[in-house]
Design a protein around this ligand. Sequence first.
Ligand code: XMP
Length: 513
Amino acid sequence: RLLIIDFGSQVTQLIARRLRELNVYCEIHPFQTVTEAFLADFAPKAVILSGGPASVIDDGSPRPPQAVFDLGVPVLGICYGQQVMMHMLGGKVETGVGTKEFGRAYVTPTDKQTELLEGWFLTEREQVWMSHGDHVSAIAPGFEVYGTSPHAPFAITADTARRFYAVQFHPEVHHTPNGAKFYENFVRLAGFDGDWTMGAYREEAVGRIREEVGDKRVICGLSGGVDSSVTAALIHEAIGDQLTCVFVDHGLLRKNEADEVVTMFRDHMNLHVIHADEVDLFLGELEGQSDPETKRKIIGRLFIDVFQKYAKDIEGAEFLAQGTLYPDVIESVSFSGGPSVTIKSHHNVGGLPEKMGLKLVEPLRELFKDEVRALGRELGLPASFIGRHPFPGPGLAIRCPGEITREKLDILREADAVYIDQIRKHGLYDEIWQAFCAILPVRTVGVMGDGRTYDFACALRAVTSVDGMTADYYPFSHEFLGETATRIINEVPGINRVTYDITSKPPGTIEWE
Ligand code: XMP
């Protein structure tokens, strides 16, 4: 296995992801925990020193134990990792005006060859991503230069005899287009076969959960979304009946959703699921409320209350499971305390663990969405669950702009079901990142048969996206839109007009509120 020593870079998890894509098993450990004894016990086959925000010149800045360099295994230093390596092995690192470099840069090869760069330089200069304040001004004895950039004469250096490699840029990020090849070369020269799989990840994750939780009980909020479903399935595999799931039905779910989720987890997967039917509570408190933020806050508050109420009766519960993914972790780190404004207060169970005195278990914390899906498949969750479009915590409330009524929710559920059925029938579901129907707070006049109608209008939404942060509307054909509008108006009483939302994000958001 490979050890990544983390010095706090925002992109350390991306290194792990690149390695998993190469079917290599790795673990990330923060530098504080990597002692000499730890190293001896871990016995890594290779080590990667990550980037980080510190400056090696500062007193007390983080270091790996010197023993890392005595293991006789390949070591790769990235950015801060490169600088710390040079500093500890006898080179020199400096800071100063003009040495900072952020963003795109181009590295050109020197006349020396190394296995690490085999097939890497596809053109005479390779695009890379730099993000550093300090720079190496003298390389350590034994090192030679294999790549340079205008601002980083030591962009790629190596001591090939000892298999130490040091690069100034970040090969793991998207903006270093050929970065995967770089890691492939590194793991190959370190002797990895690339035979690690998601099945192996599952076993390791199960082992970690067992160790963490012991014989205690765990509560998990189940929403039926991919993240909470995979979290529940994984934890169930690890600790069986020590897990209790709470499914909160707030009356803002899609057609048949509550039944489908509860049936699947309770009857097919044998999980212990409490079906918290709190429809009256939620819809009662939402009555007469039309401000989007007020609606979100009410739902968030009630959700926590309800969850606590059910959790109180689960004796001996010490842990709360959450389906936090790695992108959620980065977002909360980079935005915490920052000057960013609240566009929407996202609903989640944040703050819940402290309030309830529970410890968190977050077994998906290091995974990306597509990896969670792969793990879900591995755990035997049906494809129809794993491939589901994201569904927001506040549910249909934010697809029903203005005041929510039971009548509007019922109409919306029917229209949405027809729309999604159309998308599936036309084989478009997997091409679209998220699709749903919103019911508009207006009634318009129409004519059906020989009669006048005065019913609600609805808007269809479908977007493509990678992460939900930006999105583009989906270019349906006119035939598809026409057929869908006809079906909704014919099949859903209460709707007599259908529109298609062609706003991208930004400037729009995906949801309507
Ligand atoms: P917006 O509307 O902000 O949505 O462009 C981006 C993505 O986030 C989902 N979303 C939420 N998910 N709780 C959630 O769990 C929320 O409060 C929430 N609000 C929006 C939305 O469905 C889309 O996928």
